[in-house]
Design a binder for this molecule. Sequence first.
Ligand code: ZN
Length: 144
Amino acid sequence: MTSEDLSKEVILDHYRRPRNRRALDAPTATASRTNPTCGDVVTVQVVERDGRIEAVAFEGHGCSISQSSASMMTEAVAGSDRATIGRLEVAVRAMLAGEEPSADAGDLGDLEALAGVARYPVRIRCALLAWDVLDEALGAGPGR
Ligand code: ZN
């Protein structure tokens, strides 16, 4: 299996069995955005307490990249504080811009499966949609 095949498997797995795809009972913030070029819709809900994201969930529909990216994003940020999420997001955005990973980026886990999307500019919006919505929910941009 090539690494490209493996990445496709990871993406399809998140698409078919999305993690944290539900509505939260008492979110402290909710945001929603669409990606009109592809028809993707992602809504993100968070429960933030004392600067930490205690729970995060998403709902939406659209292409496999947008939905799997949202699933991966929720897994990656759950339980983290804003500074950690900010570093992670900077690393993800750099990866999707086709940049070489920096030494302090750390392990991106399943998110690394999206690295190949950098070669398809139209799909980068799909992959970033969930992160843009998270930014809006947290009221901040990358590197917060
Ligand atoms: Zn899409």
